[in-house]
Design a protein around this ligand. Sequence first.
Ligand SMILES: Cc1ncc(COP(=O)(O)O)c(C=O)c1O
Length: 457
Amino acid sequence: MPGVADEFHEPLETAARLAGRWLDGIRDRRIAPSVGIDEVKDALGRELADGGMDAALVVEELSAAVEPGLIVMQSPRFFGWVIGGTAPAPLAADWLVTAWDQNAALREVTPGVNAAEELAAEWTCDLLGLPEGTVAGFTTGATTANLVALAAARHAVLERVGWDDAADGIQGAPRIRVLAGDEHHPSVDVALRWLGLGRPIDVPTDRQGAILPDALAAALAGGSGPAIVCLQAGNIHSGASDPFEACIGIAHAAGAWAHVDGAFGLWAAASGRLRHLVAGVEEADSWATDAHKTLNVPYDAGIVAVADPAPLVAAMTMHAAYLPAAETGIDAADRVLELSRRARGVPTYAALRALGRSGVADLVDGLADSATALAEGLGRIDGVEVLNEVVFTQVCVGFEGHDVATIARALDVDGVALAHPSRWRGRDILRFSVSNRATDAAAADATLDAVRRALAG
Ligand SMILES: Cc1ncc(COP(=O)(O)O)c(C=O)c1O
């Protein structure tokens, strides 16, 4: 009978070897997968066999079947969605989290991982300049962070008018008006849908997609009763942030809760050079962000932060006779949705520890610098027009005499760089999101060459 360590040794070594091989190849690999989902399923084997298989062999075969179907999201020339990258310390910490296999719901039951998570949460709030006493928790992503924050918001604004949503639900509750810029991220919509709050009232935005404060004031003045204002740090197309000082002031003057969806853009606050982009954001009541985007922590690493922990805990708390609450502090189960949960904040601890305060600022500045360099290079290519003011990490371009979808497809086939088509302010555009620490000058040059090839057809 092998010891426990012996039993795990070979599969883990196999995984480490295969992961190392994958990571080694990132820089030079074609970005698009070379096979589709059906071919991967065929390679994996579609039928569940009666008999089992050796663990190391499972890992080896899994890797062989799946790798051709992987899109190289960690490539320094991957500019799709807002994807991030993976740094060594958080990746390795993520493996440890799995090996430790702690159910991190209760801080006094699993003090090891909860200590790391709580420090990571406190350090994040500090780096982002959030107010003293803010409580943060780790979610799967910014979508669930928006959900958790808006659940706290719902509770708080209803409580102010004497309604207890925890006891009585929201059927029959006073109507809550939710307002958001007309370029808010769809994750806000889904969070509101889950919370039974319906579609938000769209507030007009400027040419970069940032809310017009006067329009927000007018929209709030057009109604009464409990209200939530959803603001944004980092527009998915332009990278622009809402003018927080003005907007949060207007929201609070109207008695509304101010929430900020800052999935990637909130990290501007961690840079002395870029903090002005989100000036005043600390005045909000809640924030949603991701570590798996700008901070380059592997998925899944979302963060929710709420200035006043009371409505957060009221909205999230889950305890029972067999699940006693912590004697001090706030359990993870009272900060986020899940009861059983992996200690998904530990890789963020490792990322912050590895980078330090100045390393985080350098990372954020580096992404913005690479976006600026890429935009400048793209702007110099004949027939390419940069359409946004490049203030952070997002670059949107239009093409003269070329169809965007055709250029995107040509880039995909070329395999060197990837950007996604989108539609912004009435125009088809190609969107480059710089969110990987590995994107350097060489990656930008190779991307510009790839765009030239795509345009040459
Ligand atoms: C502004 C904004 N909010 C929310 C999200 C959703 O984040 P996640 O995919 O981590 O759920 C994104 C994703 O790109 C985003 O850019």
